[in-house]
Design a protein around this ligand. Structure first.
Ligand code: C2O
Ligand code: CU
Length: 456
């Protein structure tokens, strides 16, 4: 594995530090979105101008117990509208943070109060749902952790927030946000990944230590492949939701917006290192290094985390609503695709900044893709006819994948569908309201891959 390099290539030695955790139960907490600067590049580079929550990149980790209330006031000190979307949380619709759908956008100088109860334990995150390519890419993202009632038997915990930056040689955010190439290809891929706002985090654990790892991919485009070396690790939760049966893994794929929780035992020996790295085209780059000290603990394989209260999914009564995903470079849109209620040819759509369509419609539709009765079960086979992967995300509810053999996969809120794949999801419409259903590759979302589901 290589040390992480950045542009001209220097490894830096910075202490691991994640924003302090805050219990937000009792008193309301201000979350101020503003511009600022921080040293996210290696130390021989200048500071980077960023947009941040309370001056921190990533924003503070908000930590709760199941059943706690989040009470937060978003104060907008940016020069443009914003909101906060609480990604992956099953919350009341009017707290979901989608401008023009669940709330008015928060104007510069204005504020908005969010208040809702933490129904599910797990690892979630928060980010703006306005001008997302730019606002997330400039640094607006933070993690939410909801602890289970019974603490799992671990010696430590590491939350690794993975952010993908497109940097100039002066370590500034590249201002190519509405780039048509990104929109019509794989999205705004960066050239620099940070962990908790640093080039690399460092720490130390004794031999045999058991650590809860929470990996969060806040990238707007990059699918990360994370490798563990010097660990024996089990995946225990995906997108916050515990797995019934944890499974062992040496590498995990994490699409944009996804989370993977692992329980990992240090197998490296004293004097060695336990590493977490990103496997990329240019090589395998170390993101986190833990020096290993003398120790002795060994434990049996971890038990599953306590489950969240999820609805029973039955396929028999389900209604099927297919989704066909088209467009992008190499394939293009079908002729006569519709945008804002009008049939247009692909060239006119491209001029309007639209490169993708769901069921031959680019962008939001007046009528939802699905209008579900409360409690109804909906299956959505998603046929990706494009040449690119897409990270499909449903707000407000989690879904399960219907596997080829008819069995049900783990609960998720975001699913990566690679080019030319068809993958099917099923969910119980348990949460009333209007919910976005879109590609979380933000450049795709803004250029056509957006739809919504109504539950009533
Ligand atoms: Cu992470 Cu529409 O959201
Ligand atoms: Cu996409």
């Amino acid at each position: 594995m290589k040390r992480r390099t950045f542009l001209k290539g220097s490894a830096s030695v910075l202490a691991a530090s994640i924003g302090h955790s805050v219990h937000a139960t009792a008193s309301p907490r201000d979350i101020r979105a503003s511009s600022g600067t921080a040293q996210i590049a290696p130390s021989d580079y200048p500071q980077t101008e960023l947009w941040a929550y309370n001056g921190q990149v990533p924003g503070a980790t908000l930590r709760f117990r199941q059943g706690d209330w989040l009470e937060a006031r978003l104060i907008n000190d940016l020069q443009e509208d914003t909101t906060i979307h609480w990604h992956g949380l099953r919350l009341p619709n009017d707290m979901d943070g989608v401008p023009g759908m669940t709330q008015e956008a928060v104007a510069p100088g204005a504020s908005f109060d969010y208040r809702f109860q933490m129904r599910d334990a797990g690892t979630y995150w928060y980010h703006p749902h306005q001008n997302s390519v730019e606002q997330i890419s400039r640094g607006l993202a933070g993690v939410i952790i909801v602890d289970e009632d019974e603490q799992s038997d671990v010696d430590g915990e590491e939350t690794l927030v993975l952010q993908d930056w497109r940097m100039t040689e002066e370590a500034q955010i590249h201002p190519s946000f509405g780039n048509r190439h990104d929109m019509s290809h794989a999205g705004r891929l960066g050239n620099y990944v940070t962990v908790n706002g640093q080039p690399e985090v460092k720490g130390s654990y004794p031999e045999g230590a058991r650590v809860r790892l929470r990996l969060v991919n806040t990238a707007t485009a990059k699918i990360l492949r994370i490798a563990l070396q010097g660990w024996r690790a089990w995946v225990v939760a995906l997108d916050g939701m515990p797995l019934g049966a944890p499974y062992e893994a040496e590498t995990v794929e994490i699409g944009p917006a996804q989370r993977v929780d692992l329980i990992a035992d240090v197998t490296a020996v004293e004097g060695d290192e336990a590493l977490i790295a990103s496997v990329e085209r240019g090589g395998t780059f170390v993101l986190a290094t833990y020096a290993v000290t003398k120790g002795s603990t060994t434990r049996p394989a971890p038990a599953p985390l306590p489950p969240n209260d999820m609805p029973l999914v039955e396929l028999a009564p389900a209604r099927t609503v297919p989704l066909v995903m088209e467009g992008g470079a190499m394939r293009g849109l079908p002729s006569g695709a519709v945008w804002k209620g009008e049939k247009m040819d692909a060239r006119a759509l491209a001029e309007a900044g639209q490169f993708w369509a769901f069921n031959a419609v680019a962008g939001m539709t007046d009528a939802p893709l699905v209008e579900a009765a409360l409690g109804e079960t909906i299956r959505i086979p998603m046929q990706n006819k494009t040449a690119f992967p897409h990270a499909m995300h449903l707000h407000g509810m989690h879904f399960r994948e219907v596997m080829q053999d008819g069995s049900l996969g783990p609960w998720r809120d975001t699913l990566v569908i690679h080019g030319d794949q068809t993958r099917e999801i099923v969910f119980v419409a348990e949460n009333p309201g209007d919910w976005m259903f879109h590609c979380h590759m933000a450049s795709h979302q803004m250029s056509g891959m957006m739809n919504w589901i109504r539950v009533k």
